[in-house]
Design a protein around this ligand. Structure first.
Ligand SMILES: [Zn+2]
Length: 125
């Protein structure tokens, strides 16, 4: 036979499994039976449930609008200095394409001049 003190310990040890629904039926029945009779363990379980609940809400994924919302808020609070000006500027002037075109033009020029020049050493006058 187990003494009531043992039951307290055993019941409280299985609380996290009980809250996760991982407890086998006989153990679950034992826990619930004890909880019905024991205020101390009910309080303990309630505290654990609250702790796990707040942890669970921390682990919750951010909504998909999380980042745009923050960017919009920064944009608004910085009166357009961040996350607005930059995108508008990039919309007007495609720097990426400009630099790409520049590189391609330089490469083409280099290749063309290399092909045009004789491979042999040209005689000096
Ligand atoms: Zn108890």
């Amino acid at each position: 036979m187990t003494t009531p003190t043992d039951t307290h310990g055993r019941v409280q040890d299985s609380f996290s499994a009980y809250l996760d629904g991982e407890l086998a039926a006989p153990d679950k029945a034992l826990v619930e039976q004890h909880l019905a009779a024991c205020l101390q363990c009910r309080t303990h379980l309630e505290q654990l449930r609250r702790t796990l609940g707040s942890l669970g809400s921390l682990k919750r994924k951010a909504p998909p609008t999380f980042l745009p919302d923050i960017q919009r808020q920064i944009f608004t609070r910085s009166s357009g200095r961040f996350f607005g000006q930059r995108w508008r500027l990039f919309g007007k002037i495609p720097f990426e394409w400009l630099s790409m075109a520049m590189i391609v033009a330089m490469l083409a020029y280099y290749i063309l001049t290399q092909h045009g020049a004789p491979t042999s050493v040209s005689p000096t006058p």
